[in-house]
Design a protein around this ligand. Structure first.
Ligand code: AMP
Ligand code: GLY
Length: 415
């Protein structure tokens, strides 16, 4: 089969890496790709303005979409209508991610544990509510915000500021005000064809720039799996009380969700509660879970698309652990330099490490930092114990060099 993967991050590099290993993958195209994916397949140049036509022109048999923006614009629907099968949910089903209000409605119908939430049709209504509420709340914009649409507010003044910001980001869209929960966070993933559901995998990510979870939010500074608290009873609970009811509700609404469903949970003292759903693999979680996937990723994806996930077993290696450290350009998420050469000190590949590229490009033989984003590499270490995976990751980080490299030292350290 001729496969096209869409996206340019380390998540898409990890996807392309696993897809390229499939016996069914004859030819792999990547768009827009990066300095890593270009080593696995053909970089193609497609025009974002006439994407569907360009993809049809490529003559591919299957398309795998990484980022949510393409799901939100209905690329799955458009390609399906042109007879091209795709991995990922339709625009309607992707609302689980693209609309906080929609996701809350589905959770309400499906009796899924979630924070107490209030939805307002304008900022003033949210402010009036917050003034009388007297407790800290979380304000969320309805719509894609690239991870920048959620604010923890401790005063009515903050609610006012951020409710107004929601309105600026997504005018006339609902504003969600939610109980502020406390607890550990975990990302849980399953493949689904809308009716069948795979075994689950869980990972933790690090969103803040600096050690000790300080500093601004980022696109992710690291991740690991398996979390020590991810035990069978918790997994059973998440499957039976969160994922299955949501999928059932989606198919009852006539919008079955097919693809990768990602639940962002908080483990509160009253049990797990859903903070958000995403309609795709997480980044940087994909970089640590995909190395632990047993079997053929492409075969699993095709089964999701065909509605036959019941015919393909999906299992995750429970005996291996993986730790991912994101190397960024100093200054990220604000101003940073790009165009610097990236080198690796030792030419021998490490047995227990993998490196996934994001903002890199090739200039002839030279790999350089790109200006696409400040996140440059995700370095993943693996081992039979988490501390071994961690050692493998940081040992590999030490081999890579670019003048502006920065990373967190505390990924999976338990601190
Ligand atoms: P979301 O995009 O809804 O997952 O929110 C992004 C981040 O905001 C989460 O990973 C949490 O750290 C935090 N967050 C979201 N909702 C809540 C909540 N109800 N209580 C506490 N923290 C939250
Ligand atoms: N790891 C967070 C996300 O992918 O949205």
């Amino acid at each position: 089969m001729k496969i096209l993967t869409i996206g340019k991050g380390a998540r898409e590099h990890a996807l392309a890496w696993r897809i390229s290993q499939s016996l069914q993958c004859q030819e792999l195209f990547v768009w827009p790709g990066n300095g890593g994916t270009s080593q696995l397949g053909w970089d193609v140049s497609l025009n974002a303005e006439r994407l569907v036509e360009d993809i049809v022109g490529l003559g591919v048999d299957y398309v795998v979409i990484g980022p949510e923006t393409f799901l939100a614009q209905g690329l799955v629907d458009d390609l399906q209508s042109r007879g091209i099968p795709v991995f990922g949910p339709t625009k309607a089903a992707a609302q689980l991610e693209t609309s906080k209000w929609f996701a809350l409605e589905v959770m309400r119908e499906a009796h899924v544990p979630r924070p107490t939430s209030f939805v307002f049709s304008n900022p003033q209504a949210a402010v009036t509510f917050a003034a009388g509420h007297g407790k800290p709340v979380v304000v969320k914009a309805d719509g894609l915000t690239g991870g920048k649409g959620v604010w923890l507010c401790h005063t009515p003044g903050e609610v006012e500021q951020y409710a107004n910001l929601c309105w600026e980001l997504h005018p006339n869209k609902p504003i969600v005000v939610q109980e502020l929960l406390k607890g550990k966070e975990v990302s849980v993933f399953c493949f689904t064809d809308g009716y069948h559901i795979s075994s689950l995998v869980a990972a933790c990510d690090y969103k803040r720039l600096l050690e000790g979870d300080q500093g601004p939010n980022t696109g992710g500074m690291g991740s690991y799996t398996w979390p020590h608290f991810w035990k069978k009873p918790l997994e059973e609970y998440v499957l039976e009380w969160i994922l299955k009811p949501v999928l059932r509700s989606m198919s009852q609404k006539g919008m079955p969700f097919s693809g990768m469903l990602y639940a962002g949970l908080m483990l509160t003292k009253d049990g797990p509660k859903v903070l958000e759903f995403n309609a795709r693999f997480g980044d940087p979680e994909a970089q640590v879970i995909l190395p632990l996937l047993e079997g053929d990723l492409l075969e699993i994806m095709l089964a999701c698309t065909k509605g036959r996930l019941d015919t393909v077993p999906v299992s995750w290696n429970r005996k291996r652990q993986a730790v991912g450290v994101v190397m960024v350009s100093y200054g990220y998420p604000n101003e940073y330099e790009s165009g610097h050469p990236i080198t690796r000190r030792n030419s021998h590949d490490s047995k227990n490490a993998l490196v996934f590229h994001s903002s890199t490009r090739r200039e002839g033989e030279t790999l350089v930092t790109d200006d696409e984003s400040g996140r440059v590499l995700t370095v993943v270490g693996m081992g039979d114990k988490l501390f071994l995976a961690r050692e493998a990751a940081y040992s590999e980080v030490g081999k890579w060099d670019f003048p502006t490299a920065a990373w967190r030292e505390d990924i999976a350290s338990g601190r």
